[in-house]
Design a protein around this ligand. Sequence first.
Ligand code: ADP
Ligand code: MG
Length: 259
Amino acid sequence: MNETTQAADPKVLLTHYLKKLKLPTMLGEHEKIARQCAEEGVDHPRYLLRLAELEVIERERRMVERRIKAARFPASKSIVSFDFKALPDLNKLLVLELARGEFIIRRENIIALGPSGTGKTHLAIGLGLAACQKGMSVSFVTAAGLVNQLAEARDEKRLLRLQAAIAKVQLLIVDELGYVPLSQTGAELLFEVISQRYERGSTLITSNLPFEEWTSVLGSERLTGALLDRLTHHVHILEMNGDSYRLKQSKARKAEKGA
Ligand code: ADP
Ligand code: MG
């Protein structure tokens, strides 16, 4: 320890060093934890351990928060709030297994198929949220929104940069393929994304259309075949056939009012 270190107020210097080391939780908590440890007769290594633990927990919490924000989910939904009884044919065990996120490490895809209102978007957000909580990077877009972003980037000569950013995301969620038919260029841009992610990252696609009808959205049969070939090589299919949850809920509400 040199003279300046000894002479200066330890509080001021400690604050300076903890800031420099980017340890904000240690900075904020060390005095309180020191008092607790003194009261409990906890030794120095354990004191330091408590502080380090707090820093790690807080850092992970902030990282998850950043992942969730970066994913741009359109609503806040979770697997916990998903009512599996509404879809008796959906494989609940498979969904719970997918929520563990190992499919992302294996770079496998998910396709959720079913009519409107059956909870495809809800489940996609829930799986995306679970992935964020495991520390993985996630991006949520609609098919139309993604194609628009790509076309805009191409016009502004920054397509390669956007494609590289999309290719890097560990789980890309493409919601609502099927409601809006894509232009030929749009379909080609989407195909490129899927092709660039093939065996490099996971993609979750939701669609109201069965595979046989994807040509009506993508235009060309050849392109649809090539896209499905890549997408379905390592895939989990979630069949979400049932009545619209929205419709059921509003009917139930009306029945309640009527009673
Ligand atoms: P889709 O994307 O298939 O059209 P959504 O996921 O948007 O359907 O579901 C419509 C609404 O109904 C949402 O508010 C969603 O949270 C809710 N919902 C649908 N299915 C379920 C379910 N099984 N459990 C709980 N909420 C559901
Ligand atoms: Mg939806």
